[in-house]
Design a protein around this ligand. Sequence first.
Ligand code: ZN
Length: 220
Amino acid sequence: MAHRLYSIPMEKEDFEAERKKIHEAADLNGYDEEFVNKILRKHGRKRHRRNATTLEPEKEEIKRISLPFFPKLTNTIQNDLKQHGFRTAYKSNHTLKDLLCSLKDKIPRDEMSGIYEIPCKSCPAIYIGQTRRKFKVRLKEHKNAVDNDRPNESSVAVHSKENNHVIDWDNAKLKKCVRKPSHLNAWESMFIETAEKPLMNEDDAPITSALFQLTKQKII
Ligand SMILES: [Zn+2]
């Protein structure tokens, strides 16, 4: 009866009526009042304790943080943050630059822009040029100028015609991929100024500076 009193939800009046019935029944069975009160208090405490522990725990807001992954360091930081209620997730260290570089690897080199070299088959001379279009397109223009004897269109055609030399088209290559057109002059100048072979180029490098020579020096 005591269990029923506390386990069935009821209004205060009904609760008191029920409590009274328990006392009467106990009295009829020869139990004294204090004994009955003791049992009722015990059930009351038990009920209270159960309610207190089965209540929905207050949801704590989970703070999340993402960290780049560096072995050792990340684990240490993660443990510290955990003590302050932060959950950590690892963030990829790959940057947009990395993605672009891997993309670059998938593009055939002759479809990129930049600084290229065309060697001569008959002598050690090379031609160094720049293109903001695809290397293969620019190479074809040089080849057409040579094949069609148009020296005014290409220094390579001039070299071939004046020396009666054969151009080594198969070993022509893009030396440096340059995406920013504004960087082309600087890169071309550096390759021209630091070239270790004779050049077919008729024009000087777009930028002349002693600084290019310094790139060849060893720092002691
Ligand atoms: Zn040559």
